[in-house]
Design a protein around this ligand. Sequence first.
Ligand code: ZN
Length: 213
Amino acid sequence: METEIKEFRCSVCGIKSQHTIVTKIQAKGAPDMDLRPPEPHRSTMEYWVMECPECGYCNGSIETPLDTDKSYLDGREYKTLGGLETGNPLVSKFVRKALVCLKNRDYAEAIQSYLYGAWVCDDAEDTETAKECRTEALSIMDNSTVIDDDNFYLLRADLLRRNGQFEKVISDYGERFFKVPLMLLASQYQVKLAGKKDDSVHKMSEIPSVKYE
Ligand SMILES: [Zn+2]
């Protein structure tokens, strides 16, 4: 993996600051069922979100405009992470990014951001906060048209299963058809795991008849 330190100008406060970005990475092997990438990509999450040291704006790039009143960053919701309690600075950044994406009506990116927060919690063995992050992602899915996209509908199965909602996985996915064969196999595997009340992380390569290099 190669990284580079670059200067970015915050779209909110206009102040420049330096951030490390990943310029080259090679991942090999199978992702998890929620598409969390394998190593070395897996361990680069700290570079997936920027925080302006001046005004606290968080996004994938602080040069991305904030599509709401700038005072939102000083408000209670942003400061208190929408009520999610964590002492982990990286989880805080992902949650703040998710809140910003919600304000920007970028629901897909907001869901991904909560998912990234959940992954950081998984690594820190903070199951409680991981569950909260997945619950937030599920709530955005169920209240936006993002869910009409098969990729998100399939991701939802993993979020539900990891949060212990096994009956919902079985009822919503037991008879669900996906046009893409790999997605159908993944969905059926989620139902099988849910039947065993398995809420742990699993890899795409475990799905019968699926091969990864
Ligand atoms: Zn700023």
